[in-house]
Write a protein that binds this ligand. Sequence first.
Ligand code: AMP
Length: 420
Amino acid sequence: MKMIQDFNFKGRKAIVRVDFNVPLDKKTFVVTDDTRIKGALLTIKKIIGDGGSCILMSHLGRPEGRMEKYSLKPVLPVLEKYLGMQVLFADDCLGDSAVSMSAALKPGEVLLLENVRFYPEEEGKPVLPETATDEEKKAAKAAMKVKQKELAKKLAAYAEIYVNDAFGTAHRAHGTTAVIADFFPEDKRMFGYLINSELAAMDKVLKSAGRPFTAVMGGAKVSDKILIIDNLLDRVDNLIIGGGMTYTFIKAMGGKIGNSLCETDKLDVAKAVLDKAKAKGVNLLLPVDGLNADKFEADADTYVSAIDDVKDGWMGLDIGEKSIKLFEEVILKSKTVLWNGPMGVFEIEKFAKGTTAIARAVAKATENGAFTLIGGGDSVAAINKNGLADKVSYVSTGGGAMLEYMEGKKLPGIVAIRGE
Ligand code: AMP
């Protein structure tokens, strides 16, 4: 597999899939968080720095056909600011202007193509009436696959080299994230710096974790996290469980959980996790106490109880002090920590203490020499909110993609370039 750092782009044209799916202000259409744009800069600078030219393609949002509110135009000024140069823009990724602008692109120049999802072929999902029969659905799916290949082929013709740096969409088998790779020989397709660093961080945790290795899993539902928990049970020394999903486990163990969040159809799943942890010798830690509230509001009345003794009508919305202490001790002794999901309803300050304490403990563990990886929108938000992003080893930019990789799944965008 070609590595971008070893490749010389001089005099060559590269088409680069980036993830510019950035949030925009609803009224002014100004980019409100440019993290993803910054994430692509290393790769773009490498290509033009070598004396190559760079054609950027991305999606933004979930448009149905061409919709101006999903235009990538608002990204231009931000990109120009960071690159310190003019960036060209083609207002249709497949139109005549895109074809001629790509052909005329000179070394050192950058061209941004309009949202690739203005074409439904990019995602490859056929739009069908609800009344469609199974036969019709099958035929439409097959026809869409052909169209997806055509879109990928047209885009591939713009350049000699394909670079994928869109980690956030690596778990999607879309035209520009996976299908396009087939139109380039093996030595002319590669990952960009962002995907390489994401893969390196995740592989370090999955394949060569320093021990003890602790996974901290939080968030709302067991059902969302069961696959990653299952995969991690084969690898970790300690598994800390917090957040709303705690209560499905507590209920499965016969505890009293009041009105706390519970997936009653997942009690067996929770029991199976407890059994597997025991069989594998994994130290599974659940909170021992919780902060309970009489309503899901900032002005709720609260009291602390044992985690398995919540009064009727009350619900646990954060972990308690004893649990914080217990979890901190384990985290601080770890050499590898993976954290995904908050310990409580951290969006409300009253219930954010547990999550903040874990964020700080993970930062402290990093200071002590541990490798720490944070993934998933809410734990990343908690790390950012506490100003700790540069105090942990790696903050993943791809929520869904990271979860799937850590579940052990093959991501189409990754497989398309490196095979397995
Ligand atoms: P997830 O997307 O699965 O990581 O879940 C994140 C969400 O879980 C956040 O919006 C939290 O507010 C929510 N959450 C965390 N702890 C609890 C809890 N004890 N009860 C209800 N919701 C919770």
